[in-house]
Design a protein around this ligand. Structure first.
Ligand code: C2E
Ligand code: CA
Ligand code: CA
Length: 435
C-alpha cells in the first residue's frame, strides 16, 4: 500500500508526518490521472493522554500499535495510512465516494471500540473521526489542515463520533463507555493520592443503651469540585490495584483520628475498611504496625472491617495475616455478613470479634419473618462465639424494634447518624454529652 521511500513511523509501520505531504502529492497525482478524487479520514483517539498518564509511554505505544493493526485490517486495499501525531492518524482514500468513505470511517470506529487488554485492564478506545473530501484546486497542505483543525469539532461534541467536513455531524456509536470512564477515575485517583481530594467521613455505631460502639471510617473522594460515590471509585481502585495505597491511606487517617478522639477526651473505637488486595499484599502487616506506631494509639481502639468472603478464605496468606493482625490487638469485624453464603460452622474457627449484618437483611424487616428468624439465630450464635453483632443500614423505627427484639448488640444507620466529617463528628459527640 505504501511506498518505503517515505519516512516510516517505527511503532505502526505507517508513513509519518514528515512523509505525509510528499506521499499525498504522489497519491493525488495518481488519482487525478485516473480521473478520481481524494478523500481523507483523520482519526484521533479520545482521551489518549489518560492512557499515557495511567500506563506510561510504553503502554501508550502498545495501544497505538494495536490501533494501527485494526486500522490496517479495516481500510480498503488502495488506502494509505499515516501517523500524524502521538494519537492521530490520517487515511488517504483515493477514488472513494463520500458515502463509501463514511462507511470505512464507521467500520473503523466500530473496530476501534473493541476492548483491548493492557496490563490486565480492559481499555475501550474510541476515536473522533473527521472526513474531508479534497476540493478541486485546494493545496494539499490546506486539505490536511482542514481535516486536522475540523477535528476539534468532533472533540468538542464529546469525541467518539464521525464528522464530515463541511456537512452535518454524524454520531458514531455511543454506548456506555464504562471502562473509559474508569480510566479517567483511575488517573484522578492517582492525582488525589499525590495532591489531595481524599477524605474519611465517620459514621457512628450505637448500642441500644445509647453507648457508642465505634465509628466507621468511610472514604470520600472529591474531583473537580464534586463528590464521587465509593461505589464508583472503589471498584476502579480494586481493579487497578490502587486500593492498596488508598487502603493504607485510610488506615493512617483512621488511626490518626482515633488518637485525636483520645486527645479530645472521647476515646472511641475507629473501624477501618480493608480490601482483599490490601490484606494479601506483602505490605499489609508493616502498614498496620506503622499506622499504629505513628498514631501512637491503643490497638484495641482500632477495628478492621473485612468482607465475609475474605475472612472465610482459607488461603494461607489471608489466614496468616488475619491472625497476625489480631495478635497486634486490633479488632476484626466481618463486614456485609450474610452475603457470602458461607457455612456458619466456619465461624467458630475465625479470629473475628464482630459480625456486621448486611443491609439486605435489615431492609426486609420487620415483615419478613424468616429473615427475622435468621437474624435472631445469628445474634445468638455470635454471642456464643464471643462476637458482637451489629446491624448496618438501619433506617426506620420498625427495623430498629425488630433488631432490638432479635437481640442485636448495636446499630449503624441513617436512623441515628449519617457519615460525617471529623469536625462534624466531634460536634455530634459533644452535643450528645450535653443532653
Ligand atoms: P460498607 O463498608 O458496607 O459501608 C457502609 C455503607 O452503608 C456506607 O456507604 C454508608 O454510607 C452506608 N450506609 C450507612 N447507613 C446507611 C443507611 O441507613 N442506609 C443506607 N442506604 N446506607 C447506609 P458508602 O460510604 O457509600 O461506602 C460504600 C462502600 O465502599 C463501603 O461499604 C465499603 O465497602 C467501601 N469503602 C468505603 N470506604 C472504604 C475504604 O476506606 N476502604 C475500602 N477498602 N473500602 C471502602
Ligand atoms: Ca464497612
Ligand atoms: Ca458493610
Amino acid at each position: 500500500m505504501t511506498n518505503r521511500k517515505f519516512a516510516v513511523d517505527p511503532i505502526t509501520g505507517f508513513i509519518n508526518r514528515d512523509g505525509s505531504l510528499p506521499l499525498a502529492r504522489r497519491v493525488m497525482g495518481a488519482a487525478t490521472a485516473k480521473g478520481q478524487g481524494l478523500t481523507m479520514l483523520w482519526l484521533d483517539l479520545d482521551r489518549f493522554h489518560k492512557v499515557n498518564a495511567s500506563f506510561g509511554h510504553r503502554g501508550g505505544d502498545r495501544i497505538i500499535a494495536h490501533v494501527a493493526n485494526r486500522i490496517r485490517q479495516r481500510v480498503p486495499e488502495a488506502a494509505h495510512c499515516l501517523r500524524m501525531g502521538s494519537d492521530e492518524f490520517a487515511i488517504l482514500l483515493p477514488g472513494q465516494a463520500l458515502d463509501d468513505a463514511r462507511g470505512v470511517g464507521l467500520r473503523l470506529a466500530a473496530s476501534l471500540e473493541q476492548p483491548l487488554e493492557l496490563d490486565g485492564m480492559m481499555i475501550h478506545p474510541t476515536a473522533s473521526i473527521r472526513l474531508a473530501q479534497h476540493a478541486a484546486g485546494e493545496p494539499l497542505q490546506a486539505f490536511f489542515e482542514r481535516a486536522d483543525l475540523a477535528m476539534l469539532d468532533a472533540k468538542r461534541q464529546g469525541g467518539n463520533r464521525l464528522v464530515v467536513s463541511g456537512s452535518e455531524a454524524f454520531r458514531g456509536r455511543h454506548g456506555v463507555q464504562l471502562a473509559r470512564e474508569e480510566l479517567a477515575v483511575e488517573s484522578d485517583l492517582h492525582l488525589a493520592l499525590e495532591t489531595g481530594g481524599l477524605s474519611l467521613d465517620f459514621q457512628p455505631v450505637l448500642g441500644f443503651d445509647g453507648r457508642i460502639d465505634a465509628v466507621e471510617g468511610l472514604m470520600r473522594f472529591r474531583v473537580d469540585g464534586r463528590q464521587l460515590a465509593p461505589g464508583r471509585f472503589i471498584p476502579v481502585a480494586e481493579k487497578t490495584g490502587l486500593i492498596v495505597r488508598l487502603g493504607e491511606w485510610s488506615l493512617l487517617q483512621g488511626t490518626r483520628f482515633a488518637a485525636r478522639l483520645c486527645q479530645e477526651g472521647r476515646p472511641t473505637k475507629v473501624a477501618i475498611n480493608v480490601s482483599r488486595a490490601q490484606l494479601t499484599s506483602p505490605g499489609f502487616l508493616p502498614a498496620l504496625h506503622g499506622a499504629l506506631i505513628c498514631a501512637n494509639v491503643e490497638p484495641a481502639l482500632i477495628e478492621l472491617e473485612l468482607t465475609e468472603s475474605l475472612v472465610m478464605d482459607e488461603s494461607d496468606v489471608i489466614q496468616h495475616n488475619l491472625r497476625r493482625a489480631r495478635a497486634t490487638g486490633v479488632g476484626l469485624a466481618i463486614d456485609d455478613f450474610g452475603t457470602g453464603y458461607s457455612s456458619l460452622s466456619c465461624l467458630k474457627d475465625l479470629p473475628a470479634t464482630k459480625l456486621k449484618l448486611d443491609r439486605s437483611f435489615v431492609q426486609v424487616l420487620p415483615d419478613d419473618r424468616r429473615a427475622y428468624a435468621v437474624v435472631r439465630a445469628m445474634s445468638r450464635l455470635a454471642r456464643e462465639l464471643g462476637m458482637a453483632m451489629v446491624a448496618e443500614g438501619v433506617e426506620t423505627p420498625a427495623q430498629l424494634t425488630a433488631l432490638r427484639d432479635a437481640e442485636v448488640d448495636a446499630i449503624q444507620g441513617f436512623i441515628w447518624a449519617r457519615p460525617m466529617n471529623e469536625e462534624a463528628l466531634l460536634a455530634w459527640l459533644a452535643q450528645r454529652n450535653t443532653q
